[in-house]
Ligand binder design. Structure first.
Ligand code: ZN
Length: 676
């Protein structure tokens, strides 16, 4: 029993976990969970919430925590040995969770629970569990049940193939440009392209469709001809319009089959279309409501988007000698206008954001607004750079978190929040378990003994992830499956994270969390003003672009007949929404992985939806801000109690209304993005 993954007495023993512990521990925990499932589904076992939780939830929580620790290490401290161990166990763990979610015996047991025996939190958790069983096909019988399972399996295959085609089509393209064609392209991009061509024994510079190459070429290359070549290849990826050999990656047939299967799945579940299925576990009430929301927002953004285009046309004609811009000219014109209007460099901004100063500023806001204190603590960690903190209110421990800031080899890119354990009144010990979170970033290390310097984007990311972390850690819910972010609707889960981002644009906040790395001076107001002005550059166009995707997605899964071609629908949506009409050969749907290979089918609107919520929530702070610019503590308390503490224990709309006293409105978002 000296396997650290099987020690659940307190925090994970990250410093002791080795690859050889993974398989034995997970095998044991999977066997325990299997036994627990058999126990609670036996005919004689009582259909009582606490009785089931006391056996099954204890076993699944241990499994989840141990697997969480392994997955975490796989993400932040990857080694070949750990990866092998992880991959060996992954299919077994996935298979167990999938089977648990559709177990008809367990569904029957939950169904037999008397709702009158449940407290409010348990009622919500029970409701969610029942809903998930139904959407997982647990009510189906006979041939329908078999067909439902086949559809799921086929959909997984198609999604995988869709991604592979998109990736392979991107990788298949290369253009070897001569030095003379690359005027305007940044040096680092050129050097990488030269090295790539040389490595293949080819002449020139190898340009690809991958973002770090494609984007700067489109933004900076002076040659319209070169941009045209890349643009055409990019927007025809994985489609019938692709050139030559690449047409073999065409996703058209896959898309048609995916849409038909989703329609069939919806019918089996008793819904008219997949859009109706998608909204069941979400905050939005119906596809109709979402479509109206998107069209309403489009109408408000349109005048601003039209002005953006007019500005670009005028600038292109007057300053760049491009009187009739083509689709591949817009990113270039856009970048040139941006430079002309808001000249300042990210490099200059970075000098003011040192990591320790930013972190201190962030902690100060959290402590003031949410009436807690954050203190450095210690715990077993996976790397010396990791810090561990505790959040307290008075003498009470509220939660704890690991903060892993620097990028390093073996650590996955990006930033994220993950849970280590949830707040839970444990049915086995009867004691309250406090929540613990991971906060992971990938910031550049400090050089020459100086502290790490963050870009303003890094700072925003840090605040965003802390928003998720606070949602997880400040909850007051005692029921595991609805505590913190658990059970929160998908289209509302980004509210607390995007909410926190707003502070990164407040002068009164920024001036206290900046100090020039050499002089110690705070960020100059003039530089801040330039940053703010640039923030809303082309927000009208960007909003319409997002709405074009979201509206196409929702109409595709509601009004569209899957037996017909989907391109005419995309053309209609573009004609309705876009201010710059793409050329007829453009096939952006064919690489729309969010909805064809990700979890966003009939859900892409969630991005804009949550933005409306977070902007409107933040407006409550703008309305009550003090004369000295400090946020109002009363408002902070109300926000904390209504939204953060309630977690998933009630519908997000109820939480929002408890905070704002009304339903969300578009006004704050439009104002924040300069469209009011
Ligand atoms: Zn997020």
């Amino acid at each position: 029993m000296n396997n650290p993954l099987l020690d659940f007495s307190d925090l994970p023993l990250f410093d002791q976990i080795r690859p050889e512990h993974v398989t034995p521990a997970l095998d044991a925990l999977l066997a325990d969970a299997e036994t627990a499932l058999s126990t609670v589904t036996a005919p004689e076992f009582p259909a009582q919430w606490a009785a089931i939780a006391g056996v099954l939830d204890i076993a699944t929580e241990h499994l989840g925590r141990a697997w969480g620790a392994v997955s975490h290490l796989n993400s932040v401290a990857d080694t070949p040995e750990l990866r092998t161990a992880f991959n060996a166990v992954l299919p077994k763990v996935t298979e167990f969770w999938t089977r648990l979610g559709a177990d008809e015996r367990l569904y029957a047991k939950y169904k037999a629970i008397d709702p009158a025996s449940l407290n409010a939190e348990q009622k919500q958790a029970h409701k969610n569990a029942m809903r998930n069983f139904v959407l997982g096909g647990a009510e189906l019988t006979g041939v329908d049940r078999e067909r439902f399972a086949q559809i799921q399996e086929r959909q997984a295959e198609l999604a995988q193939k869709f991604s592979e085609n998109a990736l392979d089509a991107t990788d298949a393209f290369a253009y070897y440009a001569a030095e003379a064609e690359l005027e305007g392209v940044p040096d680092d991009v050129r050097q990488t392209a030269l090295a790539a061509a040389t490595a293949e024994g080819k002449e020139g510079h190898k340009l690809t469709l991958k973002m770090p190459c494609y984007l700067p070429v489109m933004q900076f290359a002076k040659s319209s001809g070169l941009r045209q070549v890349l643009y055409r290849a990019y927007v025809t990826r994985a489609s019938d319009q692709a050139d030559g050999e690449s047409v073999k990656f065409d996703n058209s047939a896959l898309i048609r089959e995916i849409l038909a299967l989703r329609q069939e799945e919806a019918k089996l579940l008793g819904y008219v279309n997949f859009g109706e299925v998608s909204v069941v576990p979400k905050m939005a009430e119906s596809p109709r409501q979402i479509i109206t929301f998107l069209r309403d927002l489009a109408k408000k953004a349109r005048p601003y988007a039209e002005r953006d285009v007019a500005d670009l046309r005028e600038f292109a004609a007057k300053n760049l000698g491009i009187p009739d811009p083509q689709p591949w000219d817009w990113p270039y014109i856009s970048e040139k206008l941006k430079e002309a209007r808001y000249a300042f460099s990210e490099q200059e901004v970075k000098q003011y954001f040192t990591a320790p100063k930013v972190l201190a500023g962030l902690f100060k806001i959290i402590e003031t607004l949410f009436e807690v204190s954050i203190r450095l603590d210690s715990a077993p960690v996976w790397h010396p750079a990791v810090a561990f903190y505790r959040i307290e209110r008075g003498s009470d421990l509220v939660g704890q978190f690991y903060l892993d800031q620097p990028a390093r080899a073996g650590k996955r890119g990006g930033a994220w929040m993950d849970d280590v354990r949830a707040r839970w009144l444990r049915p086995d010990t009867g004691r309250l378990q406090t929540p613990v979170a991971h906060l992971v970033c990938n910031f550049a290390d400090g050089v020459g003994g100086r502290p790490p310097l963050l870009t303003h984007d890094d700072v925003t990311t840090l605040f965003h992830e802390f928003g998720h972390g606070l949602h997880h850690m400040l909850t007051k819910v005692n029921e595991r499956d609805v505590s913190g972010i658990s059970g929160v609707e998908w289209d509302a889960v980004e509210l607390p994270s995007q909410f926190m981002e707003n502070f990164c644009w407040e002068w009164d906040v920024l001036k206290h969390m900046t100090a020039h790395v050499e002089t110690g001076e705070p960020l100059p107001r003039t530089l801040f003003d330039k940053m703010t002005a640039a923030k809303n550059y082309q927000s009208g166009m960007q909003t319409l672009r997002q709405i074009e995707f979201a509206l196409f997605d929702m109409l595709l899964h509601t009004e569209h007949d899957p037996s017909r071609d989907f391109m005419p629908l995309l053309d209609l949506v573009r004609a309705e929404v876009a201010v710059l009409q793409p050329p007829a050969f453009s096939r952006t749907a064919h690489t729309f992985s969010h909805i064809f290979a990700g979890g966003y089918a009939a859900g892409y609107y969630s991005y804009k939806w949550a933005e409306v919520l977070s902007a409107d929530a933040y407006a409550a702070f703008e309305e009550t801000v003090g004369k000295d610019g400090s946020p109002n503590v009363e408002t902070g308390r109300k926000y904390r109690e209504s939204i953060l503490e309630a977690g998933g224990s009630r519908p997000a709309m109820e939480s929002f209304k408890a905070f704002r006293g009304r339903e969300p409105s578009l006004d704050a978002l439009l104002r924040h993005q300069g469209m009011a």
